[in-house]
Design a protein around this ligand. Structure first.
Ligand code: PLP
Length: 407
């Protein structure tokens, strides 16, 4: 008899985006003349940078020739891309990451979800609240939690991020082995300083713990004193794995390219306390279960590190950050408190009311769709997330409508 993984039954059906879609459909049915502006989901709206498109085309043309055709590539990614990443994303910022520590993949979602299979089921896991839901759900699927009650899974240590701690969680009061951190944060848009991040690195070193650092939004950082990578912090190479993605950096949400950095010093320990190289284990896992990102996509990805590529991706993100400023200033004028938007495409607004009531208010009165904070965890209750991923025109119209409706 085939038996089912019963841990899947503990998962809470994510009604968030389907509930949003239902409410939007109902609104559109009763207001057929009103157009709805969507500032909800975290997906980019601008086209690929021209350098990426050119590189993509050129690589496809190469594949059409006998001399240029390529079959399976190296599972970890082509050297031309791994080297460009190591030099531009790390060494240029003083972070000592080597090309062979970079594993190119088709998404930070899969990598941040798959990485937990390297760790034992007894691993004590600390996860932020509110959170990008992948970290939590993949640990539930693996069987590292108990059941769900009152907005929480038993067996998980929740790292609360709220107005009181300025959206930077405090160190856990009980021992943990695996810590998920994400900065600039989704959903709050908050950032962490080097000094604050060092507290976590020191904790991990002192406790033989491991940090999984999700830097999917690092390209939005505009204050050069803030860390783009955890490897800018002394000692992090021993205790941190970092996830990066081209999804938001270069508009690759539909093209798919990301990477994970596993430094050679990073260890996980067996019951006798012997260290095992996580680089070797992830390499084994990657080669066994993954067959590499397509050659044209890797060529398109490498194009972002050329001078034109750097200028074009910066321009792309500057456009979203300007949208975020427009959203932030309208929110401030309405008298609401918010965080994010300066180094992030997300604006996290404290509504001082139920998240869904706030969502309904913006939809009904202004025809604008946001995301209710409660969908990201218990600490998201009372907030909404507004995303800067839309055209300038739509963002301006949305904020004018919100200002008129609530002003
Ligand atoms: N990590 C965070 C924090 C995200 O918000 C997202 C996407 O929204 C991802 C990872 C997913 O990245 P990718 O598109 O590379 O799978």
């Amino acid at each position: 008899m085939i038996t089912v993984n019963e841990h899947y039954a503990k998962l809470q059906a994510s009604y968030l985006f389907s509930d949003i879609a239902k409410r939007v459909a109902a609104f559109q049915q009763s207001n057929p003349d009103k157009d709805v502006i969507k500032l909800g989901i975290g997906d980019v709206t601008n086209p690929l940078p021209p350098v990426c498109v050119q590189a993509f085309h050129a690589a496809i043309d190469e594949m059409a020739t006998e001399a240029g055709f390529r079959g399976y590539g190296p599972e970890q990614g082509y050297d031309f891309l791994r080297e460009a990443i190591a030099v531009n994303d790390f060494q240029a910022r003083g972070a000592q990451v080597q090309a062979d520590e970079i594993f190119v993949s088709d998404g930070a979602k899969c990598d941040s979800g798959n990485i937990q299979e390297l760790f034992s089921l007894e691993t004590r896991v600390a996860i932020p609240d509110p959170v990008y839901p992948v970290y939590l759900d993949t640990n539930v699927m693996a069987g590292r939690t108990g059941g769900y009650a009152d907005g929480r899974y038993s067996g998980i240590v929740y790292l609360e991020s709220n107005r009181e701690n300025n959206y930077i969680p405090a160190l856990p009061s009980e021992p943990v082995d695996l810590i998920y951190l994400c900065f600039p944060n989704n959903p709050t848009g908050s950032t962490i300083t080097k000094e604050q991040l060092k507290v976590w690195v020191d904790y991990a070193r002192a406790n033989k713990a491991l940090i999984l650092f999700d830097a999917a939004y690092e390209a939005f950082i505009r204050d050069e004193s803030l860390p783009h990578s955890i490897y800018e912090i002394e000692g992090a190479r021993e205790v941190a794995i970092e996830f990066r993605s081209l999804s938001k950096t270069a508009g690759f949400t539909g093209t798919r390219c990301a990477y994970t950095v596993v430094p050679k010093e990073c260890m996980a320990y067996d019951a006798q306390g012997n260290g095992h190289s996580l680089h070797a284990l992830w390499n084994r896992r990657h080669c066994t279960k993954f067959n590499g990102v397509s050659y044209p996509v890797q060529r398109a990805a490498a194009a972002i590190f050329t001078p034109e590529g750097k200028a074009q991706t910066k321009g792309l993100i500057d456009g979203y950050l300007d949208n975020a400023k427009i959203i932030g200033s309208a929110i401030t004028q309405l008298g609401f408190e918010y965080v994010g938007g300066d180094h992030s495409p997300y604006i996290w607004v404290w509504g001082d009311r139920d998240s869904w009531d706030f969502f309904d208010l913006l939809l009904d009165k202004a025809g604008v769709v946001c995301t209710p904070g409660a969908g990201f965890g218990r600490c998201g209750q009372g907030y909404i997330r507004i995303s800067a991923f839309n055209s300038r025109e739509n963002v301006i119209t949305a904020m004018e409508r919100i200002s008129q409706a609530l002003g």
